[in-house]
Design a protein around this ligand. Sequence first.
Ligand SMILES: Cc1cc2nc3c(=O)[nH]c(=O)nc-3n(C[C@H](O)[C@H](O)[C@H](O)COP(=O)(O)OP(=O)(O)OC[C@H]3O[C@@H](n4cnc5c(N)ncnc54)[C@H](O)[C@@H]3O)c2cc1C
Length: 450
Amino acid sequence: MKRPTDRGVTLECNAGGFDDAVLGTCFNGRDPGDRPKVLVQANDASDVVAAIRRARRDNLKVGICSGGHSWMQNHLRDGGMLIDMSRLNRIEVDTERRLAYAGPGCWSVDLDKRLKKDKLFFPIAHAVDVCLGGYLLQGGFGWNSRVLGLACENVVGIDVVTADGELIHASESENADLFWAARGSGPGFFGVVVRYHLKVHPRPKVTGIAMQIFRMKHLEEVFAWADRIGPEVPRSVEFQLLLTRKATGIFVPGIEIIAPVLAHSWKQAREDVSFLTRGPMKSKASLRVPLIPVSTSLLSHMAAKRIFPPRMRWSVDNMWSDAPMERLLPGIRKIADTLPPMPSHVLMLSWHPPAKRQDMAFSIEGRNYLALYGEWKHESDDAKYANWATEHMREMSPLSVGIQLADENLGRRPARFMTDTNMARLDAIRAKYDPDGRFHAWRGRIDRAS
Ligand SMILES: Cc1cc2nc3c(=O)[nH]c(=O)nc-3n(C[C@H](O)[C@H](O)[C@H](O)COP(=O)(O)OP(=O)(O)OC[C@H]3O[C@@H](n4cnc5c(N)ncnc54)[C@H](O)[C@@H]3O)c2cc1C
């Protein structure tokens, strides 16, 4: 993606450059064919207020995008208005109060770099150009989120333009119901966030990564071991298993055990990743990378280059699971055996959520997170790869407790992403703030566990 440098304009659908401007909002290179009637490239909050007032007057439904990283291209709908928030990307930092104020179009890496100047930190996404707009609404699984909480738990306030075209503030003490909804409703949120108020933290002194690489024949042993030790892995470590057809260093299908760690000293970081070197799998690894220093920005840039290159065609899906590993393994083996070529990949995150979270719309997570990312370059390969992630996740859905909205695929496979109680509460809040259904909701949803 590119940071916008031009001044935003409003384009009607018959204007020259309309299609390019609309498709330019998407990270996913696929064109679903849907087009809004009008595109508003907002420059500030007053543009958003004016846009919503026009949408009310002309009875247009509204879609919103900030960084356009929704894999489903959730903001591309037929007809109505699309508001592009990417130009609202300013960052201000109040070091004394440990607060940052950032626009929804702010890139993850830009917030990270700005905070670094003041030795501060926020659990940003693992990708350079994912924007705060969509990231914070859906939850936000970021760097050090196992320690600092979901990124949305570090949001202390939002400035929102409502369906009435009013700019209001929402926090624990003001419009608290809207604030509750904004933390977890993701692409179903019913307002336009123009600014986030964020709690920021002291920056961990050390960021490092340790890895072990295994051939695919060890899949069952590696996953069983990872599941066994998952609960003991220190929360400073994001314990991930990545399946690719060209594993790092061995260039054949394999499993990468990746252990990024954020700590306050090298001694602690070494101790925290020592479970890797003590593990019984160590001798079976084809490659072992000891703990090396690397910044969160560099890690994000490396991931962008290797597994998240731009202008690819994507189809992704996911599930949270508390099922025993032996029940998951047959499905994971099938996924590994059918894995499309690089940069397609599979992630298993040993997540182990805390016993309690803040009271907010976000409400489903599990012990393990499994996400499938199918990516390919040419339209002619759509038929070959477009259903890979969806079909495997459909098959394994009896083992799932729900899905994560970060990697949602609701248009193709509606699934549950919130508890029934929270969904009912969210519907009531939506009816209060958006009684006419001005804003698009999720593309598909299943309310209750079947
Ligand atoms: C390469 C890549 C890496 C990723 N890495 C991570 C990760 O590490 N952790 C993680 O948790 N997620 C990750 N994600 C998922 C990502 O957080 C979501 O796709 C998120 O929605 C992206 O936000 P965005 O603003 O860039 O996308 P958009 O597509 O612009 O936003 C998604 C949806 O959010 C809503 N929305 C966006 N902006 C606003 C606004 N200002 N006001 C109201 N509603 C709005 C709209 O409904 C929109 O359709 C990743 C995605 C990609 C493509």
